[in-house]
Design a protein around this ligand. Sequence first.
Ligand code: GAR
Length: 199
Amino acid sequence: MKRLGILLSGRGSNFEAIANNVASGRLEAEIAAVISNRPEAPGLQIARERGLPAVVMPSKGVAREDYDRSVVAELTKRGVDLICLAGFMRLLSADFCRAFPMRILNIHPSLLPAFPGLDAQKQALEHGVKISGCTVHFVDELLDAGPIVLQAAVLVLDQDTVDSLSARILAEEHRIYSEAIRIVLSGRWRIEGRRVVAG
Ligand code: GAR
């Protein structure tokens, strides 16, 4: 069974959706660790309630390279095959990315390369796009930039607020993250340039 390492900083709804799919057998994998840089992250509590290993690794006041080195050590110790960033609000160092090449996924609430960084849904509304969505991509050392595994489009409605748009995007996030994990764990893909293609 392939082992997932989940990194989160907050609510943890994407983690919860993944955990539900693992528990029901729709996603063949096990969750080896749920690591948070924020001790108060609700996602950690969800992990504890489910009996999953919840690991608090506070990042406050720790130099990035030192912090990332300790997280890499923890993930390695737990024999993680694939790392899933699920609302982990930190940029990974080059050393972290190099430790797990093509083995780190992230979910982002926009159709990348549009609206990288913070508050993607607000950026989309303010720009006035008619379609937004979400993206699961491999992580490299640049922000929200690695090869794209899956995307889902969401219509932006005239009456949308940041909250209403975020909620519809989040429903798609919950659907495509597990699907992307399934694809990546299957090993039936390759990278051509920036493209993730089947085969
Ligand atoms: C999600 O919308 C995720 O796409 C976003 O944070 C939220 C976390 O929610 N991630 C980013 O913006 C990364 N740049 P969750 O904690 O309920 O999964």
